[in-house]
Write a protein that binds this ligand. Sequence first.
Ligand SMILES: [Zn+2]
Length: 226
Amino acid sequence: MLKTLIWMLAPFLLVACVTPSAPVRSGGSVAQARLPTAPPPAGTFVPDERVKVCTGLRVRNAPANDRSGYVANYRRLVVAQRRIVLTPMPLNGGCISSGFGQRDGRLHKGLDISAPRGTWVYSAAPGIVLEAGWGGGYGNYVLIDHGLGLTTRYAHLDKFVEGLTVGSELGFGWPIGQVGNTSTRRVGVHLHFEVLTGDYYKTRNTSKLKGNDPFSFPVYETPPLS
Ligand SMILES: [Zn+2]
């Protein structure tokens, strides 16, 4: 009897096991395929047109989304500190597995963007690398100074792009590292992305900086050509 039941359930059990490594579908689930390790040329990154909340993963703090799961306030390019154009999604093919806001009784200071291990992560705006290294819960991370009191952090990275060091000057959308799960905490493969404001140089302690919801900034309107 038990044997029959197992056989009857086998296709469903199989599906359950296979789902996490299924290829990317339009539903925002995440592929685990091997990705090329050579970084794409700097400046070729184009942020995704639309972004979904993940399906098939435990999503917490989901940002506002429509009936199809698309993030309602996502814009490819937004403006921070009135003058800095940045993207709230610094990689391609990801989905949101956790939004900005209160989580487990404390502030989740960034976005969790699920994407296959090895997915290239790009600078969200031009800037200079302030920190690049390993930091406990952040795992391997990069912190970029964009000026005007704006910094961004990219955490849990599997690897850094070759040659990246403190002081590296980056343009918009330059490859900086690859998605991983190098946190000391047991987290899935994803990018933890923070958009911080405040005076980093005052304390050199990012815990004193204000976290901002990357989806809260106004859209960047392309200026008319004259
Ligand atoms: Zn996070």
